[in-house]
Ligand binder design. Structure first.
Ligand code: GKE
Length: 333
């Protein structure tokens, strides 16, 4: 009997890559679920069971988790700063997905459940300066996370812990730090900084423009995790024996200006910057500290930001040039 895996949020960025990973292994029955209509899924494979439905609904959670061994819950209503800052209530509604999938996991005797949390749970007071020390897992408390989205993630992390302690469900929790790469959104309002800035520079090159828009003053910092490293880290945590939370991120902290310089090198062209101080900026500085996952699981980020940006830039450039089928990556669904 093949093991049966449910990927919730299979139509999204990390979910789509996870589906591909398991499909390439060839030894699993894969059930995929996402609220988006199938034509908008970033990666769609015919030989899986694909459900377009709303996992905020308990009955739908029961349906897709029937006879499932393992759940990867990547489903949530999210995006980059431009989305989460302006859609706090929508972001918080994702708590229903996690609550109902956890309940259904108990009912359907699921063996293990992974929840995708975020660096947005970290205490904002630790992220007031540029180039902050890396955030350790303990830095989420005392709680003062990103408003809306971050509170939902922190609450759902906590629910996973108590479903383990009270009901014995094996839960795993990962705090992802700004994951980027090919097959993700790059326009339309949900895009994050790496894809957005690659797209802006590609468009400037194509239209022979000399200036690009940048949100904030460009001095704010982040660390960005390439999707291949993200998938590897996800599997490490999932297959481990630990139900405590782990960072899965990069320790390569850069300012947005430094990231733009890397993209300019890839494009082989420099641009003037129009700094838009009224746009969503989020925290001033953020970076992962990987000490815990390095020491307990032997995982670390491998891809440099420059390497990851090269691949992302190339992919976005190809999408824009071909122009076919790009609605799903450029419109907010
Ligand atoms: N999205 C975007 N688009 N951000 C830009 C742009 C642009 O054109 N230009 C500059 N930025 C700046 C933003 O103002 C912000 O300060 C920084 O880049 C990073 O923005 P982001 O990639 O949209 O998102 P954040 O890192 O602030 O937050 C994200 O964190 C993740 C976890 O680390 C969240 O939106 C979640 O997507 C996620 O949980």
């Amino acid at each position: 009997m093949k093991q049966k895996i449910l990927i919730a949020g299979a139509g999204g960025f990390i979910g789509g890559h996870l589906v591909k990973y398991f499909r390439d292994k060839g030894k699993y029955d894969i059930v995929c679920a996402d609220i988006k209509p199938l034509e908008y899924w970033f990666q769609l494979f015919d030989n899986n069971k694909n459900f377009s439905l709303d996992l905020k609904d308990y009955e739908n959670c029961l349906k897709v988790s029937k006879d499932i061994d393992y759940i990867f819950n990547m489903a949530c209503n999210m995006g980059g700063m431009g989305f989460i800052e302006n859609n706090k209530a929508e972001c918080m509604m994702s708590v229903l997905i996690n609550a109902n999938l956890l309940r259904a996991s108990i009912k359907n005797k699921v063996k293990k459940y992974l929840f995708s949390s975020s660096a947005c749970v970290y205490n904002s007071q630790k992220q007031l300066k540029t180039f902050v020390p890396g955030l350790k897992e303990t830095d989420a408390y005392p709680a003062d996370p990103e408003d809306g989205y971050g509170w939902e993630k922190l609450f759902s992390e906590r629910m996973c812990r108590h479903f383990y302690e009270d009901f014995g469900l094996e839960t795993r929790v990962i705090r992802y730090h700004n994951v980027y790469g090919p097959m993700g959104t790059f326009d339309g309002g949900r895009e994050k900084a790496p894809a957005a800035l690659c797209r802006k520079i590609i468009e400037a090159v194509n239209k022979d423009k000399k200036k690009i828009d940048v949100w904030g003053d460009g001095k704010q910092t982040r660390s960005f995790l390439y999707i291949d490293d993200c998938i590897e880290g996800t599997l490490k945590v999932f297959n481990s024996k630990f139900y405590e939370v782990f960072n899965v991120g990069s320790e390569e902290q850069v300012s947005i200006n430094q990231m733009i310089e890397m993209i300019e090198e890839i494009a082989n062209q420099k641009f003037e910057k129009n700094y838009q101080l009224d746009k969503p900026k989020g925290v001033r500085g953020r970076c992962s500290d990987n000490s815990l996952i390095r020491s307990k699981l032997g995982w670390d980020n491998k891809t440099t930001l420059k390497e990851g940006l090269q691949k992302t830039y190339k992919w976005i450039d190809e999408q824009i040039k071909s122009g076919s089928n790009i609605d799903k990556f450029t419109k907010s669904h």
